[in-house]
Write a protein that binds this ligand. Sequence first.
Ligand code: CTP
Length: 409
Amino acid sequence: MNESPTAAVPPDCIALGVTSSIAAYKAADLTSQLVQAGIAVHVVMTPNATKLVHPQTFMTLSRHPVTVDLWQAPDWRPEHVSLAERIALLVVAPATANFLGKYAHGVADDALTTLALSHSGPVLVAPAMNPRMWRHPAVRENVRILRERGVAFVGPERGRVACGEETEAGRMASVESVRRAVEAHLAVARRAGLRGGRRLRVLVTAGPTREALDPVRYLSNRSSGRMGYALAEVAAAAGHDVVLVSGPTGLAQPQSCRVTDVVTAEEMARAVEREFPSCDLLIMCAAVADFRPAAPAAGKVKKGAAGLTVEFERTRDILETVAGLRREGQTVVGFAAETEAVLENARGKLTRKRLDWIVANDVRRADVGFGGDCNQVTMVSRAGAEVSLPRLSKIETAAEILLAVTAAG
Ligand code: CTP
């Protein structure tokens, strides 16, 4: 289970198993999003799932035939064997209690469970069921067995399920969460070396911070959090224990890590200081405010006056503070968002903040960086290594960064 794919496996080909939870309709959107992301998706449905969503929907969205019946193989080779050899990842979304039970106990009585047992690469499941079923000791035990074998889970989440219960976990993770997890697992699968090392405790910060001017206004920056979230997702997909300290973003919380939400630079500083002593690797990707209003107004500032002067005070430099406290074996990585003399400024920060690596990006460029899906960065290490990456998706960039900093660490 979860071996690295061989070089012959096309990196962007997955099988998507769809089982008979009412959340099967979300799998149609997931298929569409994955195909748009350039991933070849082969859908395998259980017979019951076809009663909820017609296979034609998946065939049209995936542009590939949908497998339901084991006995209608288009090839001399059984479909479950030939498909298992072609895919880099098996995703099952939604995954019912019935599928988890059969998979945990080696039952292979339809196309999907047969494929699951024929596939030796990574597997990601997104369970969806009534919260009472998710809580049942039999399901808990099956989840434990599968986790122990290296199966990755995304969700389920709390929230409304079809039968109306809202307070407990049971609902399938959002399509955005599952898509991001799929992309992270594929990025890891493509770089077999990411899996190589020991399991690390990784602390990642992401997003902007907000500093209050008055009770209704704040100062912030254009960081979307996507780069930090990608780092957290990829590190988790590689099997590391990840803590994500996140400023306010509009992104769905990754299900694969422990998330601490913060708002201000001071809250982020406290969260990082609390988590840092037990981490092996800190990646400080957040765009932390350097200044905050020295005396935020207690009430809303009125526009009566012609102008407004606000006095600012410096926030603490989190990275510099914790890098100074680090013990033997801890790796500290910073980011440098620059608008000019990108590498020169980044090198200055690497030395001044006593970092192991700095990841520099030019935030003037409109096609990479803030807000978008892509980034183009150069990494510089204290030991003198310099790695310039091409323009890549943030998930791919995250995988390259992790590969470099964990190989060195
Ligand atoms: N950083 C931090 N605490 C701050 C400010 C920045 O930990 N109060 C971290 C960032 O998360 C990033 C690195 O320091 O990893 C560099 O951040 P950047 O904004 O590029 O540089 P600054 O140190 O703020 O310097 P300047 O604003 O002068 O470029």
